[in-house]
Design a protein around this ligand. Structure first.
Ligand code: HEM
Length: 509
């Protein structure tokens, strides 16, 4: 039987294991496209079996199916497939929290990370860093707004999240204010974008290994090798383990005010056998955290601001809530529990625009039986978060941005635990995002600060032609999938400082 065919447009024929029909998917990500898979799920159900090339795949597209798989088969599907991208980006070692297969190395790393890095105490100790970094970058925004410069929001957001991350990871800013960062910033944004492309695009060699020469001819191998080198050159001087070792001897424990960064903590952490984590694993871990944490949070806020520009009444209501609750000071993380409407906006935005619409790839490390069918080891699990979040049987008008649905059900909270499969932007199970608390805090806090300190207008190019101030604005919501769901047209806005923005000038640098 014909299992696949490839055409010039990289279209694939899929064979549905439980039915006679053939379905064709057209997209740059081939059959791994959230929208195409959702269409199939609406026809064939929440749990589908697909044969992609030589690889059996299980596709989960409803909350009920996700619950069934993660409650009963989580450990079985807790591995990651050794894709070409994972292989080349980790130089064949897979010694990285996100890419490592399920086994002793991953379990040890995740345990260290959970207890030493991602604990509530460490999260709280880094609050001043996060506050300072947002204020630092908001000042840049005030200056740009005085010059009437349109703000390329995504670029501004990745500067905040990247600086936030490198300060927590290594006590250094990757982008200094006042320093000409343009080229470095362009390279960094490009590196993030290309990393998601190589992780999201459909590589034939991952599904039909003997066709790996096709992937090579398409230029993917050299692209990934170049990307690894670019990444190393951009963060090489940020993540210096020896520097940390020397500083530890000189400075603390005598300096009691010093808040240890992640590298400091990892250098002091003993493994179960009494050894320390080797330097290369420390670097690999923090580079992975920088990549995982920077764009996911920035991309989420860009989508939220786009929705708020398209829905000015919701934006104004969120600003009114901030003004009433926080009043005459700058908003802080500790205010978030008192801002229920803002929290509902953030949840509704996760629902409509999950950062990783197909999550990260999962793979079974042993065979298992599901609904009476036996699945061999190395079956890929595709969790279609996009489809789960737009299930019409769970969400009325699923394509409408309506935060009130979460005002009515505040208990649905993707950060609190695994039980709310109808809203799972951070995934589920053992491989669930370990830093959902940090991601959610950064997202909510950036959004709160942007709304509290500025009035926003769409730049002229976004405005409906002929429209003037106050007229309806058209905000382009077209997305494209490349591991993450990106905006096809970056959001460009004009910011006008609100009176409270003057307090930023008094905030410490
Ligand atoms: C809004 C922000 C974020 C979103 C939406 C998000 C989402 C996700 C998702 C969907 C996964 C895959 C889960 C799975 O495989 O089932 C994941 C994994 C991961 N995330 Fe996040 N994330 C965010 C922020 C962060 C931050 C700030 C960090 C680090 C500082 C981070 C680090 C990781 C890591 C290391 C993994 C892999 C875990 C593993 O394989 O064991 N994420 N994230």
């Amino acid at each position: 039987m014909l299992r696949w065919c490839i055409s010039a447009e990289r279209s694939f024929l899929l064979v549905l294991g439980r039915g006679p029909s053939l379905e064709t998917c057209h997209s740059c990500s081939g059959p791994r496209s959230p929208k195409s898979l959702r269409k199939l799920a609406l026809k064939y159900g929440g749990l589908m079996y697909l044969q992609l090339g030589q690889k059996p795949c299980l596709v989960v597209s409803t909350a009920a199916a996700a619950k069934e798989i993660f409650r009963k088969h989580d450990a079985t599907f807790a591995s990651r497939p050794p894709t070409l991208a994972f292989n080349i980006l980790t130089a064949g070692a897979y010694r990285n929290l996100g890419y490592a297969p399920y086994g002793p190395f991953w379990r040890r790393l995740r345990r260290i990370a959970n207890t030493q890095l991602f604990s509530p105490a460490v999260h709280a100790s880094h609050e001043p860093i996060r506050r300072k970094e947002i204020h630092y970058m908001l000042k840049v925004l005030v200056e740009d707004s005085h010059k009437g410069k349109p703000i390329h929001l995504k670029s501004w957001l990745t500067s905040v999240t990247a600086n936030n991350m490198t300060m927590m990871l290594s006590n250094k800013r990757i982008f200094e204010m006042g320093v000409d960062n343009d080229e470095k910033k362009r390279d960094f944004d490009e590196m993030l974008r290309r990393t998601f492309v190589v992780n999201g695009d459909f590589m034939i060699c991952d599904y039909v290994p003997y066709l790996s020469f096709v992937t090579k001819l398409q230029g993917w191998v050299s692209e990934m090798q170049g990307l690894r080198a670019l990444g190393a050159s951009l963060v090489g001087n940020i993540f210096q383990v020896d520097e940390h070792r020397e500083r530890a001897q000189k400075m603390y424990p005598s300096d009691t005010d010093y808040v240890p960064d992640y590298i400091d903590v990892l250098l002091k952490t003993s493994l179960d056998d009494g050894d320390r984590l080797p330097d290369r694993d420390i670097v690999s871990l923090v580079v992975g955290l920088l990549n995982a944490g920077t764009d996911a949070s920035a991309n989420t806020v860009e989508w939220a601001m786009a929705e708020l520009m398209a829905n000015p009444d919701i934006r104004k209501k969120a600003q009114a809530e901030l003004d009433a609750v926080v009043q005459d000071r700058l908003v802080q993380e500790s205010d978030i529990p008192n801002l229920p409407f803002l929290q509902a906006i953030v949840k509704e935005n996760y629902r409509m625009h999950p950062s990783a619409p197909l999550s990260v790839r999962h793979e079974s490390h042993e065979s298992c039986v599901i609904s009476g069918c036996e699945f061999p080891a190395h079956t890929e699990l595709i969790v279609n978060i996009f489809a789960i979040h737009r299930d019409p049987s769970v969400y009325e008008n699923p394509d409408k941005f309506d935060p009130t649905r979460f005002v009515r059900s505040p208990e649905v909270d993707p950060v609190a635990g695994n039980d709310f499969y109808q809203l799972m932007p951070f995934g589920a199970g053992r491989r669930m995002c370990p830093e959902q608390q940090l991601g959610n805090t950064m997202v909510t806090s950036m959004l709160a600060n942007l709304l509290q300190c500025f009035e926003w207008e769409t730049a002229t190019s976004e405005r409906e032609s002929g429209g003037g101030e106050g007229d309806a604005v058209v905000v382009d919501m077209v997305d494209y999938y490349s591991f993450m769901s990106f905006r096809q047209k970056p959001l460009c806005l004009l910011a006008k400082p609100r009176p409270l923005a003057s307090l930023l000038l008094q905030a410490s640098p």
